[in-house]
Design a protein around this ligand. Structure first.
Ligand SMILES: [Zn+2]
Ligand SMILES: [Zn+2]
Length: 170
């Protein structure tokens, strides 16, 4: 079975007008993108081999090292709240834009979407996020009771993801 041509990386702008590129760029992270634009993005993902192919979709259970889950805790401190699960961040990881989320939350999102989930940001996440130690320590101190009961452990594994190279959507 021959794989569809996936050898040399194709420059993003190849065969595409600036207007098309702009449309694709804006559509990333924009769930209201038109069906044809979304199809175009999907084709691009498949052509470049970005799509994560799994027999079954990745779930939270695959990402925790054991069965323990973080106890639910919310706070009105926005900077310590994960904007995906709306809880105090557990195992926070950060990206180059400076935003951060729970490892599990962003890991699941990256299966389908490479943009920062913060609506005012939407920067492409081009490489594996890194563990945010200062934030983690701040949360441990500020919510020490919660932290003591958080026995969940994660792998911080980004296996199976290919991050978009800088020239993909330009
Ligand atoms: Zn979260
Ligand atoms: Zn961001």
């Amino acid at each position: 079975m021959a794989e569809p041509s996936q050898k040399a990386p194709v420059r993003a702008s190849a065969g595409r007008s600036p207007a098309q590129c702009e449309r694709i760029r804006r559509a990333i992270g924009n769930s209201s993108a038109s069906a044809s634009t979304r199809r175009e993005i999907e084709r691009e993902r498949q052509r470049r081999g970005f799509r994560v192919v799994r027999d079954t979709p990745l779930t939270e259970a695959d990402l925790y090292l054991d069965s323990a889950r973080p106890p639910t805790l919310t706070t009105d401190r926005k900077h310590q709240t994960c904007s995906i699960c709306l809880r105090v961040k557990s195992h926070p990881v950060a990206y180059l834009c400076g935003h951060s989320h729970c490892y599990v939350c962003i890991r699941l999102r990256l299966e389908e979407n490479w943009t920062c989930p913060v609506s005012s940001c939407r920067q492409l996440i081009r490489r594996a996020p890194h563990r945010h130690h200062p934030e983690e320590e701040g949360i441990e101190l500020d919510f020490s009771d919660w932290h003591q009961h958080n026995h969940s452990r994660v792998s911080y594994d980004w296996h199976g993801l290919t991050f978009p190279s800088p020239d993909v959507y330009v």
